[in-house]
Design a protein around this ligand. Structure first.
Ligand SMILES: CC(C)(COP(=O)(O)OP(=O)(O)OC[C@H]1O[C@@H](n2cnc3c(N)ncnc32)[C@H](O)[C@@H]1OP(=O)(O)O)[C@@H](O)C(=O)NCCC(=O)NCCS
Length: 158
């Protein structure tokens, strides 16, 4: 009787040492050239880096993560990835909403990123969050010579 069941709400928190293996496994499953575990570990100590992890529920395992650098007044997205078995549940949306909010809190004026030209899922997601393509880096990715699109979103207004 009585209480309505709570709306499920995933949690996004700063990564800790013990989260790094799970983050690395998601990176390995998500990127042709994943960052090595040791590089991800450094993100916990670099003063300009942020690494955040998403759990579907408070005690669940990590399903997704985001990683970005603050350089001057810009946020540069380094990694955003959702474990393959957790995709299309809105976690990518949630990570970007969180990234934009935390970037604003840090006083950033814009968010920039590079994305493979063929990565439709990511490009559509970024466009939905107000990113626009501002340029191309030809043959940017060394594994297959693919171009990178450079995308940017101003944080000047919500
Ligand atoms: C890109 C990625 C982060 C999206 O995560 P996700 O949790 O599946 O995304 P969401 O469920 O929040 O979906 C957000 C929107 O993105 C778009 N999208 C996501 N996957 C898509 C796909 N396979 N095809 C087309 N559009 C897609 C849709 O517009 C979707 O909204 P909708 O479900 O309401 O239609 C995920 O596919 C991923 O980890 N990919 C590998 C790593 C990667 O490419 N990262 C980005 C590199 S810059």
């Amino acid at each position: 009787m009585g209480m309505a069941s709570p709306v499920p709400q995933a949690l996004i928190l700063p990564a800790r040492q013990g989260d790094l293996r799970a983050v690395f496994r998601i990176a390995e499953a998500s990127f042709p050239i994943p960052w090595p575990l040791e590089e991800l570990r450094k993100e916990l100590t670099r003063p300009f880096s942020t690494l955040r992890v998403l759990r579907p529920e408070p005690n669940a395992s990590i399903a997704a993560f985001s990683n970005y650098w603050r350089i001057d007044s810009e946020v540069q997205i380094m990694n955003v990835a959702v474990a393959p078995e957790h995709r299309r549940r809105g976690y990518g949306h949630m990570l970007l909403t969180d990234l934009i909010a935390t970037g604003r809190d840090h006083g950033a004026h814009a968010v920039v990123l590079e994305v493979r030209r063929s990565n439709t899922a990511a490009i559509v997601l970024y466009e939905r969050h107000g990113f626009q393509s501002i340029g191309v880096r030809p043959r940017y990715y060394s594994d297959n010579g693919e171009d990178a699109l450079v995308m940017r979103r101003s944080l000047g207004r919500p």
